[in-house]
Design a protein around this ligand. Structure first.
Ligand SMILES: O=C(O)CCC(=O)C(=O)O
Ligand SMILES: [Mn+2]
Length: 217
């Protein structure tokens, strides 16, 4: 069905402004694909994916790990950035060069040439997993944008406003897409709808999301 529509639909723009200070860069991670997957294996060997618990006691459906100087964690005591992986007692794996290069290049394309991330939260979604609407607000300084890379199964990104009740726009994110939000959009609510069943040729029954932040001062 989609094939039939291919010639009829207008082509998707390679870059789309999705808000004031927010851009969707279609396929921007594709040149890094092979390197990202090798690096991802190294990270998850040292700091495996785990389902964290929210301060309210709920197990998250998304499994997470981190790399970089600081990793985002949640447990019964709250949300925080921590230099140590609480599961291994070791520092998080270093941020691989290909991760840094992609994040800096994408941020620059979106108008944030000074962005230098020190944290990368790695999210693994399996069919049925979802991330409810939230703001990214555990970082020290909101002057820095968020850079979010999608790999594997497609997902629906929910992009809301500055208050929880604001209308939400839905964007289909596919393997290789990158979303950058900063400036006036930095604290917009966002989330991911329940992942649908499917098989991706490289990642199987999974979607991996890399969320780059400048977390520390
Ligand atoms: O998976 C995504 O696309 C978004 C992830 C996210 O918002 C987060 O990790 O804070
Ligand atoms: Mn987020």
């Amino acid at each position: 069905m989609l094939d039939l529509l291919d010639g009829l639909l207008p082509p998707e723009p390679a870059q789309e402004t999705i808000g004031d200070g927010a851009m969707l860069l279609r396929g921007a991670a594709l040149p890094y694909e092979a390197a990202l997957l090798v690096a991802l294996d190294r990270i998850t060997t040292r700091s495996p994916f785990r389902h964290m618990v929210t301060p309210g006691g709920f197990r998250m459906s998304v499994a997470m790990t981190n790399c970089g100087a600081a990793g985002w964690v949640t447990d019964r005591t709250g949300y925080r950035y921590d230099a140590i992986d609480p599961e291994t007692g070791l520092p998080w794996p270093l941020m691989p060069d290909c991760f840094l290069d992609l994040a800096i290049t994408a941020a620059s394309q979106a108008g944030y040439p000074a962005f230098r991330p020190d944290a990368c939260l790695v999210n693994r979604y399996e069919p049925g997993a979802r991330l409810s609407l939230h703001q990214d607000r555990n970082e020290h300084d909101f002057a820095h944008p968020i850079v979010s890379v999608s790999l594997g199964l497609p997902a629906t990104f929910l992009f809301g406003g500055l208050t929880r009740g604001d209308p939400v726009t839905r964007f289909a994110l596919r393997h290789g897409d990158v979303v950058v939000w900063g400036g006036p959009s930095r604290l917009r609510y966002h989330g991911v709808a329940e992942l649908k069943e499917g098989t991706h040729e490289l990642l199987g029954h999974r979607r991996i999301n890399l969320t780059f932040r400048k977390a520390l001062a």
